[in-house]
Each structure stands twice: as C-alpha cells, then as structure tokens.
Design a protein. Structure first.
Length: 325
C-alpha cells in the first residue's frame, strides 16, 4: 500500500528546512552540554566523566552529520531516498553518503555499551585497574567499533543497477510523485530491504545484549552493596538510576515512531509523512540525550541554572529543582 498526500510534511524541501534549523538549535545546546560535563562535573561523578563525554560527542556527531552533512530524505520500505546535505553538494557519491549516514546512527550503540560497561568495570570487576584488564577492554571495544563500521558492507557490496532500482521503486510505490524519483542523487540501496534490515538488526541486537548484561550485573551489585557505608551505597544507587534514565529517555521518545515505521516497512506499506517524522526524530536523538543529561543529574542541572543566572528564589524554580532531588 502506498500513501502520499502531497502535504507539506512530505515535501523534501520542508524536511531540509527543518533539519537545518534543528542544527542551529542543537549547536549551542551541545556546546553547553560539553562545557557542563568538562568543567562542572563534581568529584563524585568523575568516574563516569569519560563515558559521559564519549556518549555526548557521539550524539553531537550524530545530530550534526544527519542535520547538516547528510540531510536524508528516506523512503524506508524501499531502502531508497536521496541526500540534501553538504556532502552531496561537494560531490560525494550516494553510496558513501549512505555509509556515512547509516554508520553514524550505528555508532550510538557502542557508545551506549561503553556507558554501561564503564560502570560495570568500576563497580563489579575487582581487576579494573590491572594492566591486563585495560588491554582486554581496548581489544573489546576495538571489536565493537570494527563490527559497527563493517555492518553495512554486505548491503553496499551488492548495490543494484539504479535504472532498474528506480523502475522497481515506482512499480512498488506508484503514489510517489515523479519529482521525488527524478531528484538528483536519488538512490536505492538494495532491491531486498531484508538485507539492510539484517544489518540494522544485527547492530541493535549486538548492542542490546551487551547493555542488558552490563546493566543487570551492575544493578545486582549496586542494589546489594553491603561492604560500603549507607551513604556511599545510596549515592551509587542514585547515580546509577540517573545514568539509566539519561540513556533511556531519548530512546523511549523515538522508540514508538521508529517501531511504527519498521512495521510499515516490513509490510511494504509506504506513508511518507510518517517517514519524514521519523527522520526528524532521529536527527534530534542527540538533543534529547543532552537535555536528558542536563536535567537528570542534579549537579549538571544546578550548574546550568547558575550559568544562566536562574536563581531558585521563585516558587516555580524551587519546585523544578526539588522535584528532581
């Protein structure tokens, strides 16, 4: 089934306008986030600072790449689309743009894995400071990142002839207007969307299994601490809850619309308005992550309020601060 309403939200020029303006908003937001983490992290949070920075800068790259460099207009059920970003304008070919855009999204997975593995390594492992453990961790994350970087290669090594691919796309989704298929740079990555789906699912599954293990092992340790003082135990529990909330919030925000498009794609059902909405949500994942980080962690929240000279003297501000204490 194919639905194209010819409304503003479906127009690729409108999508480009939205993503470019999102970048204007996200640049100062991410700069603020980096400043707060680098300069305002208290001593009690220093152990999580490296993983916090890695996740933050991964999200920065994710948002800037999609909003400025790639600017994707995607027809998800066809594994097709085109780029409206700087990369195409400077002559980068579509296969490379596809690789950069998709792999950029994949890179969030190992950053989240490191986020939880770092807590596991600090709290659960007794050999965390040994040389052998550090070497093993380097090898472990090298494998994680290498897997992420090559996950899309099966798709890119079997690219279809684009004349035939364009004709196939029109047969499968006849509601698409001619100006979409005739847009310079229109490209179909695969005749069979299952090939691309397997690459995406493998990265997600590989990351999910690791996060689930590190989360479970760390949670068992944190919530069953007996060898530390009650104050230290409560601090560790609170920090762990905040870290989990920081990561979970942006994921949950985009989970439902992304799941909706995945289901539609599996049914070969095209709704371009839904596709564009999901593209917009994907490009603000990093912004949601930064906002979540600044709000969830009380030291960061207070540092941000102080930076903008917001004083908790009014009832509303006091209520906001105390509600997250």
């Amino acid at each position: 089934m194919c639905i194209y309403r010819n409304i503003t939200i479906e127009d690729h020029h409108f999508l480009q306008f939205i993503l470019n303006w999102l970048a204007v908003f996200e640049i100062p937001l991410h700069t603020l986030g980096a400043y707060i983490v680098i300069w305002k992290t208290p001593k009690t949070m220093l152990p999580v600072k490296p993983s916090m920075l890695l996740l933050h800068f991964t999200c920065v790259w994710h948002d800037m790449c999609l909003c400025v460099l790639v600017v994707p207009f995607i027809i998800f059920p066809a594994a097709a689309g085109f780029s409206l970003g700087i990369l195409l304008k400077i002559g980068v070919t579509m296969p490379y743009i596809i690789y950069i855009g998709v792999t950029t999204t994949f890179l969030v997975a190992p950053a989240v894995v490191f986020f939880f593995e770092d807590r596991y390594n600090t709290l659960v492992r007794r050999d965390s400071d040994t040389r052998s453990r550090k070497v093993k961790r380097i090898i472990y994350f090298t494998v994680n990142y290498l897997f992420t970087l090559v996950a899309l290669l099966p798709t890119l090594l079997n690219l279809p002839d684009q004349t035939d691919a364009k004709a196939l796309t029109l047969r499968q989704f006849p509601c698409l207007p001619p100006d979409v298929l005739d847009t310079p740079g229109f490209y179909r990555a695969s005749d069979d969307i299952n090939v691309l789906a397997i690459s995406c699912m493998s990265v997600n599954f590989f990351g999910f299994v690791q996060v689930a293990f590190f989360f479970g092992a760390t949670a068992l340790k944190v919530f069953n601490m007996k060898s530390t003082s009650k104050r230290t135990s409560e601090m560790q529990k609170h920090l762990f809850k905040c870290l989990c909330l920081q990561v979970a919030t942006p994921i949950l925000i985009i989970f439902i619309p992304c799941s909706y498009v995945v289901v539609l794609s599996a049914m070969s059902y095209l709704d371009q308005a839904a596709n564009n909405i999901v593209c917009i949500l994907l490009t603000v994942y990093g912004a949601f992550s930064t906002i979540s980080m600044l709000v969830v962690h009380k030291p960061y929240r207070l540092a941000t309020l102080q930076l903008f000279r917001f004083r908790s003297t009014t009832a509303s501000t006091s209520l906001f601060v105390n509600s997250f204490s």
